[in-house]
Design a protein around this ligand. Sequence first.
Ligand SMILES: Cc1cc2nc3c(=O)[nH]c(=O)nc-3n(C[C@H](O)[C@H](O)[C@H](O)COP(=O)(O)OP(=O)(O)OC[C@H]3O[C@@H](n4cnc5c(N)ncnc54)[C@H](O)[C@@H]3O)c2cc1C
Length: 362
Amino acid sequence: MTSSPLQSATAPETGDPGSATAAHRPVSFADLTTIHVGGPVGRLVEATTSQELVDAVRSADAAGTPVLVIGGGSNLLVGDDGFDGTVVRVATSGLRVDGTRMHVDAGVEWDLVVRTALDHGLAGIEALSGIPGSTGGTPVQNVGAYGASTSDWLESVTVLDRESGEVEVWDNARCGFGSHRSSAFKYTDRYVVVDVTFALRRSDESAPVRYAALAERLGVRIGESVSAREVRDAVIALRTDRGMVWDEAEHDSWSVGSFFLNPIVSSVPPEALGSPQFTDPKGIKLSAAWLIEHAGFSRGYGERVGTGRATLSTRHVLAVTNRGGASAADVTALASHVRAGVRDKYGITLIPECRLVNCTLD
Ligand SMILES: Cc1cc2nc3c(=O)[nH]c(=O)nc-3n(C[C@H](O)[C@H](O)[C@H](O)COP(=O)(O)OP(=O)(O)OC[C@H]3O[C@@H](n4cnc5c(N)ncnc54)[C@H](O)[C@@H]3O)c2cc1C
């Protein structure tokens, strides 16, 4: 696994140590995101302490400047015109283990949190190994994988409410976590996540395994536990097979992860009856990957669409990838094309899971 673009991007040139720094030379979202597309950043501010983060957002708000807060850029697709405002990149790094609690600054790489938990004999989040991005991004996107979710283990979040200007601590119940990757922080720029506290379990044993492919890989039944480290290793292996571990050298991972959410429908169209189905409080959840594949889009699809520089991953149809030199327009053109094919076949409109900024799908 290599570091995310967040860690490897060139640091701003100017500024005093200990204060947020502003870069006035061209930086583009292609440098700051895992899919490596997107136009210029208006003004980049890198916040290395929580106070800098709060101050940077408050001062841009006071000046009436548009603000975009970013972490690892792993669930972000910005258009080729970029973002003409202040981009606050969260680069805070505090991580403290206190008994079974972990207090983590928003800028800390998520996988470092998983590794640190295991090193301290704390279990719970091991199935969330290998997900790129920052810890601050996890409550926003309500990150989940292999039957686990960050919201299962999150105790509280410190947020800046940009409307009131106040910094508040929210408990889990207030965060509005839902089954469909939803949270009170998603689809709004009102809140900035400053830090997150997780309450884990002291054990070398994993949380019960809840995902069929993971159980199969581990050779256990659903609901059984194994060592937490074994779960991490199995998850990383599964993710690597699927191109879902971010790696600069691996174009299948130049993506935003799964581009589309699994759709929830009230009734299953006859053409989609073969899809895996999951009960959800809001209806029946179908597999977006199954729908895409059975609408005729196989792995690697896209070489003959537009410039061919964006294709579906050669390992997983749910990831739209940049094969090198793709523009945001290439990515949205392919995603729109696939979405239209799924809509034509099943009458279902897939919804992007990632955040789109200054770009849309047709
Ligand atoms: C190869 C690959 C595999 C992936 N696998 C998974 C997976 O298995 N499961 C899964 O759920 N996701 C997955 N993702 C998506 C992504 O890793 C997660 O959504 C991640 O949590 C995003 O964090 P980030 O810091 O990169 O957010 P960014 O991409 O920087 O931002 C995403 C959104 O969150 C907002 N945001 C970020 N930080 C903050 C903050 N501190 N305060 C307020 N808003 C903030 C941004 O404004 C933006 O709207 C994958 C992505 C890739 C590239």
